[in-house]
Ligand binder design. Sequence first.
Ligand SMILES: Cc1cc2nc3c(=O)[nH]c(=O)nc-3n(C[C@H](O)[C@H](O)[C@H](O)COP(=O)(O)OP(=O)(O)OC[C@H]3O[C@@H](n4cnc5c(N)ncnc54)[C@H](O)[C@@H]3O)c2cc1C
Length: 581
Amino acid sequence: MLLALALAIPLLLLADAFPPDPAFCDDSGDCFITNAYRTWNTRQVCRVSQIVYPSNEEELLEAVGYGAKNKLKMKAVTKSSHSLPPLACPGDGAAAGLLAISTANYSRGIAVDVASKAVEVDGGAQLQAVLDEAARHGLALAASPYWNGLSVAGILSTGSHGSSWSGKGGALHDHVLKLRMVVPSGKNFSSSSSHNEFAKIVTLTPGDGDLFYAAIVSLGTMGVISKVTLELEPMFKRLITNVGLEDKIVAFGNEHEFGDVIWYPSKREAVYRIDDRVLVDIPGDGVNDFIGFQPTLAPAIVAQRALEETLEATRSSIGKCSASQTQVSLLQSLGYGLKNTRSLGLFTGYPVVGFQHKIQTAGGCQDSASRLLICGWDSAKNALFYLESGITIPAQSIAAFIADVKHLRDSHPDAGALCGIDLYTGVLLRYVAASRALLGKPFDGVDVGLTYYRSRNGSVPRLNMDLWQEVEQMAISKYGGVPHWGKNTPVTFSNLGTGSSPVLERFVGAMRRMDPDGLFSSTWSDRLLGIQAFGTVMAAGCALEGLCICARDEHCAPEKSYYCRPGRVFTAARVCRYENA
Ligand SMILES: Cc1cc2nc3c(=O)[nH]c(=O)nc-3n(C[C@H](O)[C@H](O)[C@H](O)COP(=O)(O)OP(=O)(O)OC[C@H]3O[C@@H](n4cnc5c(N)ncnc54)[C@H](O)[C@@H]3O)c2cc1C
């Protein structure tokens, strides 16, 4: 018995293929592309006919050349595919003629040039590896998203960001000095030509104007990013203190270089993270091990999901309030995972001081070698399953938006209606600067990040879903917010391509110069760019997961007492609301 146990434990702890490759073929040879959650925001199945894994630029040239020669639709796919929308899917139907080019093996090149304070990296390089290598040379990257498991090219392609209005801002694409892309060469078909003649390498710098400013945030539509050169600066440290404050959101963004705000509307509490650069000789060796990104015991995550499902099924917002109260208190007592010293691995209180590359991102679960220790969103383990929205609201409107959300909270008959969001670290408010990237943010704004429960069954409504639907519609339609390309439900994007937009036209012009046959375009990207109509299908239940905005009750779930109703504060909104006659 003991021997059996002794043999079983190492097997359980055996390295798992985590994260599972989002590009995979099943036993019958059918191949698919999915994302880290194993479910796109559209719930579509993405089939491809082939997946290739180049590991250097020559192989990448060959892969794109092969696709271009055979007029295949292509997309780059990353090692773990963290975007919610099907951006990495080359088509939306049968697999034939669709090629996925995985960058999972194209990630090792990271070359720091100390003299010019720059780093050149392979497109598939993982963010933390880049930060660590720069730090080894005494250099730092000022801007990055918070999760370190992302690839550099994936971050760029969706305009992903951290939080900063200072300098060039907190979006990685605004720190790009040079890009090398592999794109179709435009050569006409000749059976005798080798693949490589059908693709070429293009180097772009700011001097290339629209081509460069389109390529740094391209939704993957212009070709495959082979190498990226990023601007670095001398290493610095960060000093972080969290304080509860209210009503000074814009001033705060101007005062603190890397500050952000976690807002718990139901608790009437906002946690302002005072976060500034300090000199490297200030004592401190802190790290950011944000708890949500650490390897976590699978049974604990599964239990958390089971509790959430029970609270949803029993319509218990009180239960959500008490669960989130416990969770938020625990997170706060642990400094959200900040640790004052790397060696001791403990949070002993604020301030926390640490080197930029140890503070700017967090992660770790992606490298877990045990199948018992997982990322919270590992759907293969029946773990958490959620939707995420990210909408950037112009700075001048953010105070009015927050006031409207408070009004909505206060006018809702269920006092605990907003508690569910606190189970996912509340409303995350981050500062995002205007960018010259054609698909970057057009204004200085505040990104409103929401993460909330999603049923595994797309026809099941969510508890108090009307509230967040109203908030999202208000953010877009009333306050002119713009969506994060890598997050959000489909309907959030539905008005982007409508009407004439000179910037979109410039982007599409640049895209067509790089890829005249549209081999890197897909139905999804064509819709985002206004090339195809968004084509919202007003089917039964379509509003439940944001495939449409409801116009009639049948678009919600009338059989479950969810009806299409106007918003309570933003009355132009149309939301699915529970009404028990
Ligand atoms: C846990 C988690 C935390 C997150 N934190 C943040 C955050 O702090 N801030 C933020 O802004 N966002 C955040 N996001 C969203 C995330 O940054 C984006 O979805 C990002 O695009 C994902 O990067 P990826 O490497 O997984 O790329 P993917 O999602 O795989 O790809 C995104 C797009 O990039 C294209 N692409 C990828 N590689 C290439 C290449 N070499 N050449 C051309 N095109 C390419 C793909 O085709 C696709 O169109 C987070 C997401 C998760 C899951």
